[in-house]
Every structure is written in C-alpha cells, then in structure tokens.
Design a protein around this ligand. Sequence first.
Ligand SMILES: *[C@@H]1O[C@H](CO)[C@@H](O)[C@H](O)[C@H]1NC(C)=O
Ligand SMILES: *[C@@H]1O[C@H](CO)[C@@H](O)[C@H](O)[C@H]1NC(C)=O
Length: 513
Amino acid sequence: MYDPWLTFALVWGTFCVGLSQGEVETRECVFYNDNWRTERTNQSGLERCEGEKDKRLHCYASWLNSSGTIRLVKKGCWLDDFNCYDRQECVATEENPQVFFCCCEGNYCNEKFTHLPEALAPAVKIRPPPPSPSVLSVLVYSLLPLCLLCLLLLVGGWLYRQRKPPYGHVDLGEDPGLPSTSPLEGLKPLQLLEIKARGRFGCVWKAQLMSEHVAVKIFPIQDKQSWQNERDIFLTPGMRHENLLHFIAAEKRGTNLQMELWLITEFHERGSLTDYLKGNVVSWPELCLMSGSMCRGLAYLHEDLPYRPEDPKPAIAHRDFKSRNVLLKTDLTAVIADFGLAVRFEPGIPPGDTHGQVGTRRYMAPEVLEGAINFQRDAFLRIDMYALGLVLWEVISRCTAVDGPVEEYAPPFEEQLGQHPSLEDLQDVVVHKKMRPLFRDCWLKHQGLAQLCETIEECWDHDAEARLSAGCVEERIAQVSRATSNNTTTSDYLVSVVTSVANLDIPLKGSST
Ligand SMILES: *[C@@H]1O[C@H](CO)[C@@H](O)[C@H](O)[C@H]1NC(C)=O
Ligand SMILES: *[C@@H]1O[C@H](CO)[C@@H](O)[C@H](O)[C@H]1NC(C)=O
C-alpha cells in the first residue's frame, strides 16, 4: 500500500529542497588574471564572491590548450548559472573550444580543471525522481493544474534561453578588418545579466565578461545599418579617449532569421547623465567635473588630427548628442556614448549617410528643425554644439551652488512644451520664437554659474556660425572651475605674494653700510 499524499509530499519536498539550496550563499574562488585591462592588482589569489539573495555563486576557470600545453587565462567568481549547478569539479564539456571554460559550485572548486567532452561526461540535472507508474496515475489527477503551470513556465524558460543564452563566446573571427588588442579578446565567456536600457535600436544589457562587467547593446537584424555604423565609428583610428565610451568587440550571433547584432563596450554602473540628474543634485565642483569632462570628450570627437603620426583621427560629428547619451563613471567623469548616427569627415571620402533631420527631436538645432542644413562638416559640428548647450543647461538646473531650493529635473523645453513636443511645436518655439530653456535669476548671482550661462547662450545661438566650438567651451569651463575652485585661493595667493616680497633681500633705506 502507498499513501498518495506521502508520495506527493516526498516528491515535492525533494523538488523544493533542490530549489531552495541557493538561498544563503557564500563562495570563495581561486582567482587568476592574465592581466588584460584590469584594475585588480592581484595576479592570482582568492576572490570572495558577492551575490544576491536567492542567487547561486560559482567559480570558473578558463584556459588555452595548444596540443597539451596549458595556458591559464582567468579564474574567479561566476554568477548564478544553470550550467554550473551541482558540479563539484570544474570540467569543460565543449567538444573542441578555442578557449576552455568550466564552472563549478563549491569553495576553490576551480583550483583544478579538466576537459571531458559532453558525450562522455555524466549530465547533471535537477529533476524530481521519476515516480513509479502506479503512483503516476494518482499524481496526474492531483497535480494536473500544477503540471500545466510548470509546463508553461518551462516552455517560457526554454524560449527565453533560446533567445538569450546565459553565456556565449565573443567571436570576432568573422570580420578580418577588426583590430583586437589581444588575441584572447574574442574568446572570453560572456554572461548576460540584466537589461539596463531600451534605446532606439534595441536593448542594452549589463553582462559579465570573465570577471568584469561590460555593456552589450543588442540590435535586431533590421538595424544592421546602425550597428555597422556604430562599430565603424568605434573602430576609427584615434577613437580611444577617456571621455569616449570604450569599445570591446562587435559580433553577429545566431543564424539568419534569429540573427542579432551585438556591440560590447565598457560598462558604467551609474548609467546616463539623465538618470543621474533625475535622482541627484550636483555641487559646483561636481558640475565642473561633469561638464568639463563631457566637453573634453566632445571636443576630442570633433577634432581633426590628420597629421598625428601614430593615430590620425578624422573629425566626427555625433548627431544625437543629449544627456541620455552621456554616461557617468563612478567618479562622475563623463563618457560620451551611442555613435549609431555619428558621421566621419575624411578628406576625399564622402561622409556617408547624412540625412538632414536625424537625432532626437527635443535636441534638434533650429536649422535641423527647419530642414535647412548644408552637408558641410562644420554644419554638423555646430548642431552638436547646440545640443551641448541644452545638456549643460540640464546640469546647471540641478546644481546646489545657488541660494534656495533646486528644482526637480526636467528635460529642456518641458517647461514650454511639455513631455512630448511635436516637430511643429518645436519649430514654433525654437525657430520662430527663438526661445531657449530659461535661466533662473538665482543662477546669475553665482559668479561661476553666471559665466557658464553666458557660455551656454553662445552654444545655442540661433546663428549656427556664431556658436562656440567644443574646445572653446572646454577651455572656458576649465577657467571658471579654476577661478572658483577655492575662494581661499585668491587670499592664499596674496599671502604667498606678500611672503615672497618679505623674503626678498631688499636693502632697507638707511641699513646699507
Ligand atoms: C590581494 O591578495 C591579498 C593577499 O594575497 C589580499 O589580502 C587582498 O585582499 C587581495 N586584493 C584583491 C583586490 O583581491
Ligand atoms: C589538453 O589537450 C590534450 C590533447 O591535446 C588533452 O589530452 C588534455 O586533456 C587537455 N587538457 C585540458 C586541461 O584541457
């Protein structure tokens, strides 16, 4: 005799224990780094893993094997991943990979690693033990609704996994023209973690590439043009700059209809300037740092450096400059991102697709709103400068240097036109009425802010040719920042002058012998 309820309790008990195992988790893994773009100082040692509640933690190892000669690539912590569940040993199961990868569960389990192709390795699965046939009929009736639910979840999960494998390999092999700073770069295991933003062209994911976080922008195949354009801009010589987003790799994934285009870049946890301003106010020194570094990035992007022997760089116009496309590093330095619409200007080469009215409506310069731009390099650079003026205004609007309360964040022109201005609304306000976002009276009482407001007015001038260049704005911000960085500096300076005068051996009247 058997008791169906006991069977039920046993089966589900086993299942639930299996599920709840990951609730409290601490993990230490052997750490090793072959020293590729890393901020860690330790070449090897331990890594204490940090995870979230209800997530499991694993260790991993990756290595190269050229006919028996093993070269370790990396070891460390690996986040919750179904592929590593209940593996006590670190075993690579892929048949013949370029870089071997294994993960496992248990402290220091990645110390040793082996290769055992899938065909030979016993598969590890979490699944309740199959009940005997007589039990089955009872279970079918009592659990039918639950099973249907499970089935739905499983199918959903399977579809999701089909779409977004939890990790894959970054593969640069397809495009021979792609430079790569390290031959290993295209071979690191990549783990998608969470969606961070949805943009005009698909989604941006936070992902794990070995022990680093990276951003993966996924374009649907219809947006190939923009993926290609952004990749080409990133690969333009001289694009490495501390205030421009760093590119890591570009790749095509999947086949034909399922194809996705990936762009892998550095990841910045703080996200965009818009998000930061929504949640935070900024002090005067922070304002100087953010806007100064933002202008430095834009000035560099605009700069034409044809004769630099190592790294000649053409002028590049961004064409979609806005606070959402400026990212912030941990220390609040700005980094310019999203080059999907950018254009390069090289002598003798047509700049490619230069449609007139592109970019984000709210940030369109009057000449763009009117559809009256000429296709010259400088015209495009001046359009960026207009948008820069609006972004600087956004930063000032959240600055605490003024007396009195700081208002909530609002994008430019929201005051005049609300949240979703039409093209006609903007044409009316920006082109015909020549209105711009307003400066508050209290801003003008602060010496630095007042000077910055003057500069902003010269950025968004109606007459495009009268607008300042990014380099000039960068310089002005540096000056204002220096002049106000310390009000005590002036008196310090006077003290030092007085002291140095006092120390001079000026013969006093009557003291000469
Ligand atoms: C580096 O290793 C030492 C011990 O070898 C350890 O105390 C320290 O926390 C490690 N640093 C990092 C960044 O992992
Ligand atoms: C390295 O490759 C050899 C064969 O070329 C194989 O026998 C060995 O198991 C491999 N070792 C690892 C750790 O991948």
